[in-house]
Design a protein around this ligand. Structure first.
Ligand code: THU
Length: 140
């Protein structure tokens, strides 16, 4: 069994905050940064990237999952998503699904100062995931 990784939430949130400072958000003016701790102990970060064609905006978590795979693809065990003020921001619905694929329901999400981290299963109950796909697909 893998050794459980200890999460330094203050440090993880600081990394997310640094990433938020690099956001490209000229339209919404909402900077978002995400930092994820992988089970191998490494941290990946990303920020939101907007586009003049608004619907093409990439959320910070989207970049995070991309960075995760580009750097080796380990499972995510903890994530902090913050706005430009450095405080946790609720991941949007699509990003909860992206995070579920990368870390499962046990992935811990930063709850902020004085609050416990929240398991992703609480933020995305009854999630559809890889197991459902395998179990329910029909033979070609
Ligand atoms: N945003 C994220 O980066 N992640 C979320 O989970 C919520 C929203 C970004 C997208 C857009 O650039 C801005 O916040 C306003 O929606």
């Amino acid at each position: 069994m893998a050794t459980p990784v200890t999460v330094d939430w203050i440090a993880l949130r600081a990394e997310a905050s640094s990433a938020a400072a690099r956001a490209y958000a000229p339209y919404s003016h909402l900077r978002v940064g995400a930092a994820g701790l992988m089970e191998n102990g490494r941290v990946v970060t990303a920020c939101n990237v907007e586009n003049a064609s608004y619907g093409l905006t990439l959320c910070a978590e989207c970049g995070l999952v991309s960075a995760l795979h580009a750097s080796g693809g380990a499972r995510l065990v903890a994530v902090s998503v913050v706005a430009g003020d450095g405080q946790p921001l609720a991941p949007c619905g699509r990003c909860r699904q992206l995070l579920f694929e990368a870390g499962g329901g046990g992935l811990l999400v930063d709850g902020g100062d004085g609050a416990d981290p929240v398991a992703l299963a609480t933020l995305l109950p009854g999630a559809f995931g890889p197991t459902d796909l395998g179990a329910r697909r029909e033979a070609p």
